[in-house]
Every structure is written in C-alpha cells, then in structure tokens.
Design a protein around this ligand. Sequence first.
Ligand code: MG
Length: 136
Amino acid sequence: MSQDAQARPGRRVLIVEDSAAMRQLLAFAVKRVPSVIIDEAPDGVAALKALKAAQNTPYDLVLLDLNMPIMDGLKLLGRMREDPTYAHTTVCVVTTEESFETEKQALLLGAKYFIRKPVNRRTVEKILAEVFGQDP
Ligand SMILES: [Mg+2]
C-alpha cells in the first residue's frame, strides 16, 4: 500500500475552476483550513481525473465553477451523482450564473452550496467551517 493510500482521509479539497486567478483566490481561503490538501483542476474532465485518482481518500469538498471549457460544472455534477464514491463529497458551486433555474438544477444534482461571484471571503470561510468544523 502506498503512503498516499495510508494517508488519513479528510480535509481534502478540489478546486475546479478555469480561471487561474479565481483558483488562486479560492486556494488562499482554503489554505486557512488546518492540514488541508488542495488540488486544482481547470475543467470538468481534469476534475474527473483528479476525483478518480483520489477515490481511496475522496475529497471532502469540491469548489465548483459552472462555466468552464471541455466539461462544464453541471455536467461534472451529473457524473459525480452517478458514482456512489462521491456520495460524501460536499459540492459548493461558485459561479457568475445568476439564474435561479441554474441554482435549482445544481442543487438537484447534489450541490449543497451555491455561491455567486464576486466571492465574499466570509461566505467561503463560513462554508469551510461548516464542512471541516472550527477545530484545528
Ligand atoms: Mg469559469
């Protein structure tokens, strides 16, 4: 068994976002979570690869943009819902999409949170605290 496979589960975050600047901004907030491991993906296909690579220690949280090239966020959410491996992975959509219909669709597809850009740092921190607890 590799060391990776023995690593304790928990505090793993995947940031799925095509904008490098936005990924950096989100990673900055997530890095405040103690002993967190952060991976990043620029589109849905890269995210699926990351999810599969981490299936022995699934991500606790996926921060998910919707508008991305190659595979968009809603399509990725649909793929995740088809696979029980990701049943305990919390999904937080982070998007410029204003439409309530899109929000409803994302929530139906299993997203727990839906936040709109520009991202409010306190909102992200509140969600991180809910997912990971307040304790270091
Ligand atoms: Mg985008």
